[in-house]
Design a protein around this ligand. Sequence first.
Ligand code: NDP
Ligand code: HSE
Length: 439
Amino acid sequence: MDAIKVGLIGLGTVGAGTVTVLERNANEIARRAGREIKVVQAAVKDITKPRDCALDELELVEDPFLVVNNPEVDVVVELIGGETLAKELILQAIANGKQVVTANKALIALHGNDIFAAAQEQGVMVAFEAAVAGGISIIKAIREGMAGNRIEWLAGIINGTSNYILTELEQTGVDFAGVLKDAQDLGYAEADPTFDIEGIDAAHKLTILASIAYGVPLQFEAVFTEGITKVTHQDVLYAQELGYRVKHLGIARRTDAGLELRVHPTLIPRSRLIANVNGVMNAVVVRGDAVGSTLHYGAGAGAEPTASAVVADVVDVVRAMTADPNNRVPHLAFQPGALANLPAVAMDEVQTAFYLRLELADKTGVMAQVTDILAAANININALLQKADATQSEQSDTATAIILTEPTREGDFNAALAQIQASGSLVGEAVTFRVESLA
Ligand code: NDP
Ligand code: HSE
């Protein structure tokens, strides 16, 4: 059989990794796919730039439309990122009847509904395993491996850059900006790293996971998003003292009220496996009614781990190219006509526990005032630490209180916090993080 011809768009971290893996493992990949797979053309911005991969017979071009319109190309692999041009290119590739593979989570989260509809109509596949959790086959695991389950909840460390920064913050206490620069140098961060540290990248990924897990349309705008920028070394140490680790989690949970979709820093008991996932590694816990809890772990970013998922997608589309388009695995796990609308649960209605750090005026009765307000709101205290001010001198007139609550309705917690803030007991801002047992 003729070789399958791949056209790459983008030859940066992931693109170069993809060429390297395809070349190094060509023989085994061909045995799996049933055909040889050859990259014949790649589009880049700057053709003169040195590349981290062998170029051999590969033609480099600067116009990406040459790739999607190249009649020789069977499979287009989009690895430039961004939304606008990437969407145009993919829609053009689909219109030209090409199979598509992409690692672009922003594109799938924001425009996936349109892209999959176009692909469905044209009878081609758009594969996107690398878009979530780098090298972990989490999409395939949920979409295919857990197809018999009703998914109850999933929670994942799904941004490698944030986990890398939080791990360094915990282990060395080094400054945020320096660690982010390392993550950028290692090729983990997005072109705009605020996507990583503000939680947007994780929200893109959670959008995709939720759609596949619950059979709902992609709905990025429904995800509550908070990044890691307010996490300090001090809070990480207090969390440790209480038996917790701080991780940036994406959580999707089905409740009677609808679907919780949230991304935020979270305290997790240290005893949970996922609390011990460090550096650029990602992990996703998925709980199905039949299988129970499953943990999926692996590198969440970087050239070859991501290329591993990209190449697996290329093999998948090559294997399925001759199958009847109506009998392929649906893009979003559920048949296109069977997507349901679960309402997104408002954050005020979410049930979660809280970590609360307060700088209190060091006066008699101040702590009692705080605990009275919590008690009046029916918020139980699970643990309490009281510290003299970390910058204390003999004359220090403030103290730090760290409170862990039992799970409560978020709206009730916020109302109680507003009362604490209005009580005059606080010096400075209160710091809060959500706490999840993941039991
Ligand atoms: P890079 O910035 O390293 O590479 C982007 C590539 O796209 C470069 O080769 C660049 O060309 C090329 N490019 C950009 N604009 C154009 C254009 N207009 N025309 C032609 N080529 C263009 O990005 P990554 O490889 O890190 O990421 C690629 C995608 O994969 C993104 O969607 C990202 O979110 C996703 N992803 C990345 C992961 C990672 O670990 N890095 C992991 C999982 C997904 P040139 O080299 O000439 O500048
Ligand atoms: N910037 C992303 C991360 C790349 O750090 O997880 C992988 O999707």
